[in-house]
Structures are given as C-alpha cells and as structure tokens.
Ligand binder design. Sequence first.
Ligand code: AMP
Ligand code: MG
Length: 348
Amino acid sequence: MHTVIIKTKHGKINSKNMKSAASAIRSGKVVVFPTETVYGIGANAFDEEACKKIFEAKGRPSDNPLIVHVSDLNMAKTVCFISKKYEKYLLKVWPGPLTIISKAKNTVGKIVTANLDTVAVRMPSSSIALELIRTSGVPIAAPSANISKMPSSTSGKHALAYFNGKVDMILDAGRTKYGIESTVLDLRTFTVLRPGAFSVEDLTRAFGKKPRVHSENVVSIKKVRSPGMKYRHYSPNTPLFLYKGNIRDLNKMLKKHKKIVFIGSDNACSMIKGVQKIRLGNYQEEIAHNLFDALIKLDSVKAKFAVIQSFGIEGFGLAVMNRIEKASNHLSFKNEKQLHKLMNVYKK
Ligand code: AMP
Ligand code: MG
C-alpha cells in the first residue's frame, strides 16, 4: 500500500494537507497522527470497516478495545453517557492525557468497544490531533501506533518504521510531548485501570478525591477489567530484566558481562562501567519521554540481554514503572544469583 507521508513545518500542518487527512478519515481510511502522549493509528469511530483495518495493521487482538478521540465534550456525548456530576470535571481536565471509561452509546460499533458495554474516550490536547478530529467532524478511534506488543511510537520516525506501507497516511510531527500513553480512568468506579501521563496526584487534585489504582500484578488471577492489561506489552525483542537494587552493587554484577546493555537515568549510567548504556535523562518527565525510544533503540544494538533500573512510583513514575514491568515481562532480580538464573533461562 502506498502511504502518504505529511511532515509538519514549524509544528503545523498546512490546511490543504489537514483537509486531505480529514477527508481520508471520512472516507474510511487509516491515518497515523501525533497526540501529546504517543502517536495514534486512527479511523472514523463510526465506520466499523475502517476500524477493522486498525486491528489488521497493528496485529491487535480483537478483544482489546480502542480509545475514541473527540474534539469536545459534545462529541464525547455522541459516543458515551457522561453524568452531569462528571461533566464539570471533564471540562477542567480535557483536553489532556486522560481517557475515561463510560457507558457506550450504540453509535460506536462493537469492533471499537470489543463488545463491551463501555467505551474509552479522550480529548487530546495536541493541536494537530484536535484539528484532525474537528476537520473530520467525526470521533476518531485510535490505539497507540505500534505493532501489537511492541513499544509505542513517540516520534514520527518510530511511526514510519512501524507503518509505512501499511496505512493510508502518516502525519509526522517529530517527538510527542509526554512520550507515555494516557491514563485510563474508569469513571463508574473511579479507578485507574492504566497509569499514564495524567498522574494520580493530578487526578486527586482535579477531582477532589483519590482514585483507586488497579493493581495489575493480580490481573492474571483476578478478572481483567481493561482488556489491554492481560497482554504482553511494550516489549523489545531483546530480553529485558528489571533490577530492583542499588546501582553500585549492579556495577559489580554487570562488569563480567560484556553483551549486556544497561538502561537507566544519566546518573545511574555514569556509575555503571564497561557495558553499553542507553540514557534516559534524570528528570521524571525526561525518563517518561525517553523510555519507549530507548526500548526501540535497544533492539538495534543487538545485545544478548538488557538490564533496566527501577524508579520511584510518585508522579509519572507510576506509569513509567508500569511500562517497565510490562516491557520486562515482570522478570526482575536483586542479586547476582537471580541475574544468572534469568540469563540461563534466556540464553539462546
Ligand atoms: P492503546 O490505545 O493502545 O493505548 O490502548 C487503549 C487502552 O485502553 C487499552 O489498555 C484498552 O484495553 C483500554 N480500553 C479501551 N477501551 C476500554 C474499555 N471499554 N474498558 C476498559 N479498558 C478499555
Ligand atoms: Mg497500546
């Protein structure tokens, strides 16, 4: 398939190109576009055939529903029910990286909701995403623009590598603002199903109450409430192990293994000697922003194994640790013996 690639100039897409992207959406085509979180792969949410193409392009299991992107509260109400009680809060937090789960209206197809009676809805703050939705005049169903299980695209370069030749159009606006996906909040139970770029602390401030946070570690034995929870996610091909100890001790453990890559903050990287390193920066925002890029880079390094450090879970840290836990498939170690055990299992 020929993919039309449109690049931004000074962060903007000219109106001719925007109109052609919007008309692609309206005519049932698939368009990859930037949001402030990660890139999305989108189609008209009211067009089941078009939405089906998203699942095909991503290789996404059909029981993992899509997020519907809207440009205002009225458009949100065309796809879901929003109680008066929550309306005033949504006017406060939208546009932004917060996805709500609410009872679906029958305007959205079963393919979008994966047969659930709820739907995920978000109003992005990225001006390109908003303009695309507004110009299209329809809500856009869009999951993250990555091949299923792989790390999400945080730059046009990633999106092109995944989808050039597989979708009708890609809008390339360089790097996204946050680099980590939206927070998914179930409005009915006020529970965070997926931590993301809207922190629990910010949610508590905005809504005046603390949300519950679903513990994903128990999803395998409890009922999976967000279908996305049960899949392996964000995974590089290189086996990745999470280190849960202090960096000084890790330096001693890694010294003996030349083919290991270490992924960590700049500070941690400067303490680790003799192995290849991928730096994430030092501030929480930078680390969130660089994480997926680091996971994608890791596979081009062709290392045998990679080790990533753990971070605190305050602010963005909760979302960062959620992605790291998944990317490492919950394989973690605290000492040399445990590291060797993991390495032996994953030796080719
Ligand atoms: P993605 O767009 O790829 O970041 O994935 C969207 C996330 O939202 C996935 O984790 C989905 O499982 C979740 N999601 C979408 N719709 C619903 C829904 N109706 N109920 C619960 N979770 C949902
Ligand atoms: Mg995703």
